[in-house]
Design a binder for this molecule. Sequence first.
Ligand SMILES: CCC1=C(C)/C(=C/C2=NC(=C\c3[nH]c(/C=C4\NC(=O)[C@H](C)[C@H]4CC)c(C)c3CCC(=O)O)/C(CCC(=O)O)=C2C)NC1=O
Length: 169
Amino acid sequence: MRDAVTSLIQNYDLAGRYFDRDAIDNLKYYFSSGTARVEAAVAINADAAAIVKQAGLNLFDELPELIRPGGNAYTTRRYAACLRDMDYYLRYATYAIVAGNTNVLDERVLQGLRETYNSLNVPISPTVRGIQIMKDIVKEKVVEAGITDTSFVAQPFDYMTSELSEKDI
Ligand SMILES: CCC1=C(C)/C(=C/C2=NC(=C\c3[nH]c(/C=C4\NC(=O)[C@H](C)[C@H]4CC)c(C)c3CCC(=O)O)/C(CCC(=O)O)=C2C)NC1=O
């Protein structure tokens, strides 16, 4: 699992190069946004259950067929599995926000996920929509918490949706 610093070091070491201007700019951005990243994670953690619940309600409001007979989130068990997945996405997004890197998402969340979803007929595009809805709620929460630098909030959510959509949409 890598963060912004270890991944930069790995890349430059592989090339046998000293840090160049790009690397330094990257590092400066990572460190200057560090406190805001941690504060954002704190704000999300404090409200995680409510964020997941709201995202689920919005998603099912928008796509009610998901929770009707024949829908993949129909039945209490599958409804709960869907919200649990949303909770995974949120928790891992906070790790990625703090790490300043999406590597944790590759290793812990996305590996094999599309195959699992396909084998269980979990529809990808509504899942992607759910992650995007959650991103918007999280952005609001972070702003409400008084964090002014929110430039890093969207990235993990956008990364998960683009990786998930890659082959199936
Ligand atoms: C931490 C990394 C991690 C992830 C991401 C993860 C996802 C994950 N979601 C699953 C199921 C599921 N996922 C959903 C999700 C949904 N259905 C919908 O219609 C909605 C669009 C969507 C919610 C937004 C559902 C309903 C199931 C149960 C499917 C079934 O068993 O029929 C399963 C199958 C096993 C199980 O039910 O627990 C996995 C592995 N597991 C992990 O360990």
